[in-house]
Design a protein around this ligand. Structure first.
Ligand code: 4AD
Ligand code: MG
Length: 440
């Protein structure tokens, strides 16, 4: 039983055993890591994990490889052969009676994840905690979410493009900009690719991308990262109503895809899937004022007015009242970024909306229709105390062949958090970045 070079066809994966793909009594060959280990002195019970699952294996004192099985440490990498046995008591319902067992990389016995399971410690050893069943499940859901986003946009005539990470102006306000020295000039890390996406619709029509966005978020909330993954799209000849439909269809597609592909992982995460089954467009549309009323009715202490912004706490109160995603529409101009188009029927309010996830999760998408008129855009910049010089190329897009257009940004990590029903957004990321965390 030599270790194979390259990608070998001679090994099975644990998932195929657990799903009943091998008859009882047949022999399978696996490669993986020792997940748990205990010995009675005469029998060793181990669980072995590979990317596809965890299975119990048994070695006996009479086995020729007994010594190796007796002395192996947790997280050692191993290569083994075993006879498939159905066993109701084994986790996953199957067990392997080992017929061969070889240790490839014996792990240092001081594996640092044992007693201390505090959040802080697990973040310090994130590079090792990624091996946990929880992280394995979340990362696979995350994989399906990324895949579903690409699939949705590509099937619906959007072109994928890319935007720069070094930029010269704020998209979402100055307070969360990461500033850097760019060869003596001031530059920032991108908060959103939106302005660049807007430029691209004049050549591609319908455009999307998935990229990191950066926000110097000084707040410690369970839904803010300093580096998050942003799925954004922009569409020419599209109004507010049109873009809300895209948002609803995209969310419906993502959730359906995860339900199809990630049943096991959602089970591992103990996620009740009933609320996810409920995610079918169209979603309720809640005018901003109605949202304020709903929050005040539930929690009078918040005492919101029709000028109040909705933060995490307010959105929690609101989003706890819904059992499927919903849109809050028509925010006041001053609560949103400068580029949002004021509603011609009520110019103090925007043609902008957020899409909120139910079960208390809150905003996962921000978007709307953009100002398309040069003079109106310049006026709006004045209103927001912005220097039009910083936005010259952006204004050019209106000067040369302007069109009605709309777009949005979806926080991929926030979507994963909601779908997995996680307490904190950092658990959606392999290596999360927050105000207090840039290591490992
Ligand atoms: O609402 P936001 O700030 O909108 C924009 O950036 C627009 N320029 C997007 C566009 O229209 N192209 O951000 C969009 C989404 C939010 O709804 C949220 O899901 C996510 O990005 N988001 C964050 N996710 C994690 N951590 C943060 N600090 C986030 N800030 C925004
Ligand atoms: Mg927003």
């Amino acid at each position: 039983m030599e270790q194979q070079q390259g990608v070998s066809q001679d090994f099975q994966d644990i998932g195929s055993v657990l799903s009943g793909g091998h008859a009882e009594g047949s022999v399978v060959r696996l490669r993986g890591w020792v997940h748990r280990w205990r010995s009675s002195g005469k029998v060793v019970f181990m669980t072995i994990r590979d990317p596809s699952g965890v299975i119990q294996v048994v070695a006996r004192a009479t086995d020729p490889f007994w010594k190796a099985a007796e002395s192996v440490t947790r997280e050692s990498s191993v290569i083994l052969e075993g006879k498939v046995r159905k066993d109701e008591r084994a986790p996953g319902g199957y067990e392997l009676a080992l017929t061969a067992f070889k240790v490839h990389g014996l792990a240092d016995p001081a594996f640092p994840i044992a007693k201390d399971l505090s959040i802080r410690h697990l973040l310090n050893v994130r590079h090792l905690w990624l091996r946990s069943r929880k992280m394995n499940a979340v990362l696979k859901v995350r994989h399906s979410v990324f895949g579903a986003i690409h699939e949705y946009f590509r099937k619906n005539g959007f072109y994928e493009s890319t935007g720069p990470m070094f930029v010269t102006a704020a998209c979402e306000g100055g307070s969360t900009l990461f500033k850097l020295n760019y060869f003596g000039k001031t530059a920032y890390l991108s908060q959103s690719a939106q302005f660049y996406n807007e430029a691209l619709i004049f050549t591609l029509g319908k455009q999307y991308l998935i990229a990191p966005s950066f926000r110097a978020e000084k707040s410690k909330t369970p839904r803010h990262l300093t580096e998050f993954w942003h799925a954004e799209c922009e569409v020419a000849w599209c109004d507010f109503e049109g873009i809300m439909k895209v948002e609803e269809d995209l969310i419906t597609h993502i959730v359906r895809k995860v339900l199809e592909e990630r049943k096991e992982e959602l089970k591992t995460l103990k996620r009740d899937t009933a609320p996810l089954e409920n995610v079918v467009a169209p979603f309720p549309r809640i005018p901003y004022e109605r949202a304020i009323d709903l929050i005040n009715e539930r929690n009078a202490k918040m005492a919101l007015t029709y000028e109040s912004d909705l933060g995490a706490d307010e959105e929690f109160v609101l989003a706890s009242q819904f059992d499927k995603p919903f849109l809050v529409t028509g925010y006041p101009v001053k609560l949103k970024a400068f580029y949002h188009k004021p509603d011609p029927a009520r110019p103090t309010h925007t043609l902008a909306g957020d899409l909120l996830a139910p079960e208390g999760y809150g905003e996962i998408i921000g978007g709307g229709q953009r100002i398309e008129d040069t003079a109106q855009l310049q006026e709006q910049m004045k209103l927001f105390d912005l220097n039009p010089k910083d936005y010259e190329w952006y204004t050019d897009l209106r000067r040369y062949g302007t069109v009605p257009h709309s777009g949005f940004g979806l926080g991929v990590d926030r979507v994963v958090r909601w779908i997995c029903k996680l307490k904190h957004i950092r658990d959606t990321m392999p290596f999360p970045r927050t105000m207090t965390r840039v290591y490992p």
